[in-house]
Design a protein around this ligand. Sequence first.
Ligand SMILES: NC(=O)CC(=O)C(=O)O
Length: 294
Amino acid sequence: MSAVTLSKSLQVALLQFHASSDKAANLIKVTEFIKKAVSNNPKPQLLVLPECFQSPYAVDQFKNYAEKIPDGETTQLLSKLARENKISIIGGSIPEFDELDGGLYNTSVVFNSFGEIIAKHRKVHLFDISIPGGITFKESDSLRPGNKATVFEIPEIESKFGLAICYDIRFPELAMIASRRGAGIMAYPGAFNTITGPKFWTKFAVARAIDNQNYVLMCSPARNPSGGYQSYGHSMVVDPNGNVLIEAGHDEEIIYCELKKEIIEEARKSIPISIQRRFDIYDDVSKDPIVSAL
Ligand SMILES: NC(=O)CC(=O)C(=O)O
């Protein structure tokens, strides 16, 4: 396992706001939220945006808001805002149109403080669920899944991250891959809803934090009573021991937090699960067949 890469201390801000059906207004809103976040004292070094911050979270709408990356206006705007404000940004997610394969993806783009794209994650696990009396959602009706785990480093802030989107958090493998490649922080732009959020959001954030002893950043859209899909909100930062350090409500809000390298090191040193793993016993678990899904 590689040593954790995290600067001694890192200031982050999670920007919780909701999108409307007006894309131009959504881009104005993200600009305003970023300006507000960077004026905080202390100034954050990294901003995290929510899943689907420039479009409604609706499978029949994604195509109307989809953009090419990096040429699309949202990616160009975030690049400019990162450069002008000298700040790294994990850009939530937007519907991406890939002109090579004609597919749509739910994609997060990461910018360094020079406005350069340094990573891109396409949601790997699509949100296809049906809870009787609750919610039915089928992202695969319009989206295609990504096909890789995403781990990246931002040299200016000396930190390595894993990145995944929303439903991806239910699959622990992506976070484990990131952690074993030296990431000390796992970021999840995510839009759980008012059915699954209260049941699962905090539990998954805590689980992914303690099973890899890393920080977890969860950035949700705010709830929008006049919108369709009702996001849970409750953006939060969880530390490597599973403590929720800060949590938003469900309205628009920015939360700030300091992450400390020593907390990760202490957690991993005192309970060294990462080096106690028995891959000799379960290294082929992914090849085991599922006997029955029911
Ligand atoms: N929206 C998602 O991708 C996931 C979600 O809401 C859930 O897992 O619950």
